[in-house]
Each structure stands twice: as C-alpha cells, then as structure tokens.
Design a protein around this ligand. Structure first.
Ligand SMILES: Nc1nc2c(c(=O)[nH]1)N[C@H]1C(S)=C(S)[C@@H](COP(=O)(O)OP(=O)(O)OC[C@H]3O[C@@H](n4cnc5c(N)ncnc54)[C@H](O)[C@@H]3O)O[C@H]1N2
Ligand code: MOO
Ligand SMILES: [Mg+2]
Length: 408
C-alpha cells in the first residue's frame, strides 16, 4: 500500500484526468440550448453587417469638405432618411440630408453631425452647422461587424450572450456544438438507501443526487443508476450497466476498507486505472481511469469529498468534453479572516464564506471542516487553497480562493 509520500500532486492528477478526455461528436442545437457551450466548427459570416455605411447619430449627413469654411456653415436641408429607408437624393455641395441613427448614408455625404451641434432655421429648409467634422465622423462603416465569408467566430469559442446575439444577427438560429456528455452516477454502500425510500438505520444516498445536480450545472446529462451493495458482484453489475456513457462517476468504496471494492470491480471490467490517491484533503482516495471512450472517476464516499473532487477534477473534465479550452478551476485572490493550521504534505481545500470588504475578498473558514458531513459545505462560497508546503496561515494572509460552482 502506498504511503502519503507517494500521493499524486493535485495539478498532476488534474492534468492526467484531462489527458484521458476524448472529444465528443458534434450536434446542431438551437440558440436556446447553446448558451455556455462552445462552437464545434468555425462559423463564417453569411451577411455583411452593417450592410451599408450608416449613421451613428440622429442629425445631418454632410459633405465634410463643406465644413472647412468659418463656422457656423449654413447648408440647405434635402430629404429626411429614417432607418429602414433607402436614400433617394445625392447630397451635393452646400446641402445636407436629415438622417436618423441606423439610416443608410446618402451618396455624396461622408460624415454626420449630431443634431445637438446644429441649429435649424425657423423655416426648416436650412441648418447652421456649429462644428467642423472630418470624413467618417459618426459614420458606421459597411462591414464593421461582419463581412460575408470571413470567420466570424472560430471553433472552440464559448457561446455567451453577445456571441449568440452576433450569430442570430447573421440569421443563424442553430449552431454546431459538442454534444452534452452522458454521465452515469452510481453509489455504493450497504448502509445506503434511496432518498425516496428512506429506511430506519440507513444512511440516505445524498451523493448521487448531489452529483447529478453538479453534472447538470456543468452541462452534462446525468443518469443515476442506483445503489450497489458492498460486494464485488453487485458493484460489477452496476458498473456494467454504466458502460457506453462518456463519464462514469462512482461514489464511495474507494479507500482501504475491507468492503471498498470499487477499484477491484473497475479493474475486473477492464478499466485501465491511471492513478489512485491524490495529495489533497478532502478527496485523497480519488481514482481515475479509462476504458474505450469512457472516463471513470471513482469519487470518495464522504459527501463533501465527493463534491470537492467533482469541482477539482470532474468539472474540468466535463468542460474539456464540452470543448472549452479554459478548464482549470477559476481562482481569485483574497485574504484569510481567521487562523489555519495543518501538518505540511497535503494541499488542503478549506470551505469558506467569502465577502467583499473595502475592495478585498475576505474568507472566513466554516467552523466544521469534516468531509463526512455535507453541512460542512453548506454556505461555503469558495474553497481556500492551503498549500501543501504551508503549515500555518494567519489573519490578513493573502490566499487563493476557488469560487464554487455548487453555491446557490
Ligand atoms: N485507513 C484509512 N482509512 C481511510 C482513509 C485512509 O487513507 N486510510 N481515507 C479516509 C478518507 S480521506 C476518505 S474520503 C474515506 C473514503 O472512503 P470511501 O470512498 O471508501 O467511502 P466509504 O468508506 O464507503 O464511505 C465513507 C463515508 O461516506 C458515507 N457515504 C458513502 N456514500 C454515501 C452516499 N451516497 N450518501 C451519503 N453518505 C455516503 C459512508 O456512509 C461513510 O460514512 O475513507 C477514509 N478512511
Ligand atoms: O480526504 Mo477524505 O476525502 O478527507 O475525507
Ligand atoms: Mg471506505
């Protein structure tokens, strides 16, 4: 059996997990289902936008050369052009057109003067221009947003709201994205009973539903396969039912107890284990392996350990499946409000509630840090990284905080 000096460092365990991820096939989805996903192909512009030079302001379309004379310059006012209309007249020397924001620039004009910098004559057929402007002033040039045929958004682009707006502006209502990963979740443990049939003297299986919410939030499609009893046969039976998924998450049975059979059952099934046991707390007995196109993550049974390992290893893997380049757990600088002590050796991830105060994020560790109870994770907003080399942190120390994807 390995001792703690042989445990894998957290960064290496994550890198090795990510290296096992295989790309998923592409599907076309409507924009309503595309938010937060990534483009599986380059998307080219189908139309030039804006289709014509147009005005950025309500005002007057002018020939800028006319305004080099001493100000104010009086111009004769021709037609009025609204958005959605096509100009009919050319703007000749000494004349201008009234124009609204978004309306096409008429021939002859090369600039727009905003209405507030002009004074219309009482008759309304001429205008005094109060400022001189150069060519292109307040003109939105044709093709500023997109030119037909060019790559508008490259493959891998995460689809946020402006990206989807840009694509919709091109008349695209569906986009190619990696399909959502299918994730099987199974619990193991003789002590467990399902949440909808709670039994006296049993522990309700909270891990499978909690993990399935975490999978959904990460963009995957969970299926909860049930509870395996602590026998090789029953764990193997449920693992066999999980075959064909993109990711299989097991909970519990990962440590060195006499009924911890999950690793054995995985090996029997032909899953090649890449690593077991990581130098972290909570979550040390994590195991990761692969068989064919399926990634297997054996998560520790302690409820908070399963969620912390989800956050640090499983969520990055799901993001990679979904085509994201940026998959590392996000981190932000903060300061510790409190004292922390530990023996050096393991990276600890401390559940904290962090709040802004005078421009800094102050992290207060939750009173209980046990991994055996989910209550210790409730109301945590971040995980505070207490580095392996360190044994003491004091109030005011600079720390690294990982915002939690679990929080409300
Ligand atoms: N001798 C050692 N013992 C343990 C070590 C070690 O290094 N040496 N590691 C400890 C750590 S760290 C963890 S984490 C746990 C992991 O245990 P397992 O993955 O084997 O999980 P179990 O032993 O089956 O269960 C642990 C605990 O969690 C409860 N549990 C399990 N599944 C669920 C569920 N679906 N919903 C709610 N609660 C669940 C279970 O009842 C146990 O209380 O091992 C330590 N031991
Ligand atoms: O690391 Mo275990 O995951 O502490 O409870
Ligand atoms: Mg155990």
């Amino acid at each position: 059996m390995k001792d703690d000096t042989e445990l894998l460092a957290v960064e290496e365990a994550r890198a090795r997990t990510l290296a096992l991820v295989q790309p998923l096939s592409t599907e076309w989805v409507r924009w309503e289902d595309a938010l937060g996903r990534t483009l599986a192909e380059d998307v080219r512009a189908q139309r030039t936008l804006p289709p014509w030079d147009n005005s950025a302001m309500d005002g007057f379309a002018v020939r800028s050369a006319d305004l080099s004379a001493p100000l104010p310059v009086r111009l004769r006012v021709g037609e009025t052009i609204y958005a959605g209309q096509t100009p009919r007249e050319e703007v000749g020397p000494g004349t201008c057109a009234r124009i609204m924001t978004g309306a096409p620039l008429p021939a002859g004009a090369d600039a727009v003067v905003m209405r507030e910098r002009t004074r219309l004559t009482p008759e309304g057929d001429a205008v005094d221009i109060l400022e001189g402007v150069g060519p292109g002033h307040f003109v939105r040039p044709r093709g500023e947003d997109a030119r037909e045929g060019e790559v508008l958004l490259p493959r891998g682009t995460p689809l946020g709201i402006p990206e989807l707006g840009l694509l919709l502006g091109q008349g695209r209502t569906s986009v190619p994205v990696p399909r959502r990963p299918r994730v099987a979740i199974l619990s193991t443990g003789d002590e467990l009973c399902p949440a909808d049939a709670p039994a006296e003297g049993r522990i309700v299986d909270a891990n499978a539903p909690a993990l399935s919410l975490a999978v959904m939030r990460a963009g995957g499609v969970p299926s909860v396969l049930g509870i395996a009893r602590d026998t090789r046969e029953d764990v193997s039976r449920l693992l066999a039912a999980a075959e064909g998924h993109d990711l299989v998450l097991t909970s519990a049975g990962m440590s060195v107890g006499e009924h911890d059979f999950v690793r054995e059952a995985l090996a029997q099934l032909g899953v090649a284990q890449d690593f077991w046991r990581v130098a972290i707390k909570p979550g040390k007995p994590l195991a990761v392996g692969r068989k064919g196109g399926t990634l297997y993550c054996g998560l520790p049974g302690n409820p908070t350990s399963s969620l912390v390992t989800f956050e640090l290893f499983v969520r990055p893997a799901l993001r990679r499946m979904l085509g994201h380049a940026d998959v590392e757990p996000p981190r932000v600088p903060g300061r510790l409000a409190g004292e922390l002590k530990k023996a050096p050796g393991l990276d600890h991830y401390i559940r904290v509630t962090a709040a802004w105060q005078e421009g800094e994020l102050w992290a207060r560790p939750l009173a209980t840090q046990t991994s055996g109870a989910l209550r210790s994770a409730a109301s945590a907003t971040h995980l505070l990284h207490f580095p392996r080399s360190s044994s003491r942190l004091a109030t005011g120390d600079e720390v690294e905080l990982l915002p939690l994807s679990w929080s409300a």
